[in-house]
Ligand binder design. Structure first.
Ligand code: ARG
Length: 466
């Protein structure tokens, strides 16, 4: 067989691109990481080409052999990537064809346009599964910290002002819930990533009798009942990057959740709160102030959300003015997508590790949670139970708070007579509402931070994540 070069410029062009053009247009410096999925896609495509008679048995064997060897060389770091061959697809195919002339048949009825869509989908499918594992691990770290400090109460905040007491575990479980929705979004996204675009060609399919279902099945593009999932419009298939946008959107929201968690941890490490202590290994010092211990890991977890959000906006902007179908602009999707996946995975992982190396300062939490003002609402509920309209009860307890401030006493140190001076509905038992333990036992609505409810939620999540 005659040696044929598989470069995109063969035939039509007098020579190669100018050196600066090659540098400007190449993508292999970043898309080489798709190599494993590129080879998988080629193996499936070749298997199908054999089935429809485009390849002989021998040719298929040569292609499989060549691709496997190339895969081994890449793994071993021995493969030489050539920027002048543009991208991962051309690099692998050119090297294959150099070794095995049958490689020249591999690109039959395939374009890099459907090939790159395939590779990115295959890659992203794996990434999502990996990320879901990391998120589950972070959920477990949050639950462990909650379980280890099951009795610890802290003030819950609104407007960053002390509001009502909650179990620390309840606060941590709020993030477990957010992360669970992130997982659901990522799984949902996975179902749309998991669709095979191969067979769409450059934009208009092929005149050859390809068996798209076979390729889809070989590559695991199947639904829960094993039915192959194929893109249904060749033009859509080569220009669609919705799936990448969806992933970046779900990842951006995940990064926002991580950022909010990081912000809470940062606040809690400060002397003003002093609720937690992050282990030295997960903090850094100051180059100037010897006493400093800074929560840099948490700060970076917060800061990384900026680039993940930026990546989403970059992708949307990239797509908004593109005419159908494939345009080279789409090559710009990969670095944003890769960066997003790498950033959220690394952030999720390090935050989990940091939480496993964080201790709760129980006495400081107890001191903050014992502020009786946190139970002012309970005192209003006491009046409501006597039959008083809530609006009126709110006003009366407001007057009680004002009296406490005036007399310089905490709310629970007011006397029965002082309460009576504000309103006659207060009985001798009214001050009982300031018993924190009893107060927490009463909060047993579904989703409330009551003693039983929080224990139930911890057990539910432990079970779900085991
Ligand atoms: N490197 C290209 C990309 O990332 C692959 C597809 C190239 N297709 C083309 N017609 N030039 O999008």
């Amino acid at each position: 067989m005659k040696k044929i070069s598989p470069v995109s410029r063969s035939g039509r062009f007098a020579g190669g691109p100018a050196a600066d053009v090659a540098r400007f247009t190449e993508s292999v410096s970043f898309d080489h990481r798709l190599w494993r999925h590129d080879i998988l896609g080629s193996l499936a495509h070749a298997t199908m080409l054999r089935k429809i008679g485009v390849l002989t048995k021998k040719e298929l064997r040569a292609i499989v052999r060549g691709l496997n060897t190339i895969g081994q060389e890449i793994t071993a770091g021995k493969f030489k990537w050539k920027p002048e061959l543009e991208d991962v697809h051309m690099n692998i195919e050119a090297e294959l064809t150099r070794r095995e002339p049958a490689g020249a048949k591999l690109h039959t009825a395939r374009s890099r346009n459907d090939q790159v869509a395939l590779d990115v989908r295959l890659w992203l499918r794996d990434e999502i599964v990996r990320l879901l594992g990391e998120i589950a691990d972070l959920q477990r770290a949050l639950i462990s910290l909650g379980e280890k400090n099951a009795d610890v109460l802290i003030p819950g905040y609104t407007h960053l002002q002390r509001a009502q007491p909650v179990y620390l575990a309840h606060h941590l479980l709020a993030y477990v819930e957010m992360l669970e929705r992130d997982c659901e979004r990522l799984w949902d996204c996975h179902s749309r990533v998991n669709v095979c675009p191969l067979g769409s060609g450059a934009l208009a399919g092929s005149t050859l009798p390809l068996e798209r279902e076979l390729v889809a099945k070989l590559l695991g593009f199947v639904d829960a009942s094993g039915r192959p999932q194929l893109t249904q419009n060749s033009m859509d298939a080569v220009s669609d990057r919705d799936f990448a946008v969806e992933f970046c959107a779900a990842a951006a929201l995940l990064s926002v959740h991580l950022s909010r968690l990081a912000e809470d941890l940062i606040l809690w490490t400060g002397a003003e709160f002093n609720f937690i202590k992050i282990a030295d290994a997960y903090t850094t010092g100051s180059s100037l102030m010897p006493q400093k211990k800074n929560p840099d890991v948490a700060e970076l977890a917060r800061g990384k959300s900026g680039r993940v959000i930026g990546n989403l906006v970059a992708l949307l902007t990239l797509l908004k003015g593109l005419p159908m179908t494939y345009n080279r602009d789409l090559q710009e999707d990969k670095e944003r997508l890769f960066d997003t996946a790498d950033t959220v995975r690394a952030t999720t992982r390090i935050v989990a590790a940091m939480l496993r190396n964080t201790k709760v300062n129980a006495p400081a939490c107890a001191a903050a949670a014992s502020d009786p003002a946190l139970l002012a609402t309970d005192l209003a509920d006491y009046l409501v139970k006597q039959g008083m309209p809530f609006r009126q009860a709110h006003q009366i307890v407001g007057a009680v708070v004002a009296l406490a401030e005036k007399t310089g006493k905490p709310l629970n140190r007011l006397t029965f007579a002082e309460l009576q001076s504000v309103n006659k509905s207060f009985g001798r038992d009214a001050l009982g509402v300031f018993d924190l333990k009893r107060a927490m036992a009463k909060r047993n609505l579904t989703g409330a931070p009551g003693t039983k409810e929080v224990a139930k939620q911890l057990a539910r999540w432990r079970e779900l994540l085991s």
